[in-house]
Write a protein that binds this ligand. Structure first.
Ligand code: 5RP
Length: 218
C-alpha cells in the first residue's frame, strides 16, 4: 500500500472518534486533509471546529462546519492531527507544515489528542526530521548562531511567514536523546515562539497505520 493510501485509511478510521455535539480541533498537513475530506459524512454531529491553519479552515468552511475561535470556548473535546516523527514515549516533532504554534495551543487546550500516524513516522530517536522552530524575525541571526553552537544546522524556511507573522527555522543534524532537556535548552533563547517538539501533552489516542493493519496505541 502506498503512503498516500495509508494516510487516507487512517483518516477514515479516525472518524469513529467523532461523537454527537463534539467540538473538534483540526490540525494541518496531508493526513489532516484526508481526515477533513471524510468528515462531511459526520458534519451534522459536529458542533464546531477549531482550526490550526487558514488552509484547514477554508476546507472546513466548504463543508459548512462552523468554525470557533479558541477564545470563544473553554476547551476542545478532541484534537485530531498528525506528526512528522514520533518516538516510543509518544514525544513528537511537528510543524512540517508550519502551523506548529496554533497546533500546540489547540492540542494543549483539548481534552484528548488523537494522533494519526503512518508507520514511517515511528522512530527510536527524534531528529532525523528537521526540527521546526517558529521565531520572531528580529532574532533570526542570533538564534541561527546559537543553534550552530549546540551542533545543529539551521536552515531558514524561505518565503514563509507564519499566520502569526513570524519565520521558521528548520534544525538539521539533531539526535534528540532527551527531548525534555533539549527543549528547555533552546526555549531559553529569546525570540523563540514555539519549538516543534510536542512533549507536554502526550497524544492519548494514537492511530498507527501500517501497510496492512491499523494499531491503536493508548
Ligand atoms: C503541520 C504538522 C503535520 O501534522 C505534520 O507535518 C505531518 O504532515 P503530513 O500529514 O502531511 O505527513 O505538524 O504543521
Amino acid at each position: 500500500m502506498k503512503i498516500k493510501k495509508i494516510k487516507k485509511t487512517s483518516g477514515l478510521y479516525a472518524l469513529k472518534y467523532i461523537k454527537p455535539n463534539i467540538i473538534i480541533g483540526i490540525g494541518s498537513g496531508s493526513t489532516s486533509n484526508y481526515f477533513i475530506n471524510y468528515i462531511y459524512m459526520f458534519r451534522n454531529m459536529i458542533k464546531a471546529a477549531v482550526s490550526s491553519s487558514k488552509k484547514s479552515t477554508s476546507k472546513l468552511k466548504k463543508l459548512n462546519i462552523p468554525i470557533f475561535n479558541l477564545n470563544m470556548i473553554k476547551y476542545v473535546d478532541l484534537y485530531i492531527d498528525s506528526a512528522d516523527e514520533v518516538n516510543k514515549k509518544m514525544q513528537m516533532i511537528k510543524g512540517g507544515g508550519g502551523a506548529l504554534t496554533k497546533e500546540k495551543i489547540i492540542s494543549i487546550n483539548s481534552k484528548r489528542f488523537l494522533c494519526i500516524l503512518d508507520f514511517k513516522k515511528k522512530v527510536n530517536i527524534l531528529g532525523n526530521f528537521p526540527l521546526p522552530i517558529e521565531i520572531i524575525p528580529f532574532s533570526k541571526s542570533f538564534i541561527k548562531n546559537k543553534i550552530i553552537e549546540i551542533g545543529g544546522i539551521p536552515k531558514y524556511r524561505k518565503n514563509i511567514i507564519t499566520e502569526n507573522g513570524n519565520i521558521i527555522i528548520d534544525i538539521y543534524n539533531l539526535r534528540i536523546k532527551n527531548p525534555i532537556k533539549f527543549k528547555k535548552k533552546i526555549y531559553s533563547l529569546p525570540g523563540i515562539v514555539t519549538i516543534g517538539l510536542f512533549l507536554k501533552k502526550k497524544s492519548n489516542i494514537n492511530i498507527l497505520s501500517f501497510k496492512k493493519k491499523i494499531k491503536i496505541i493508548n
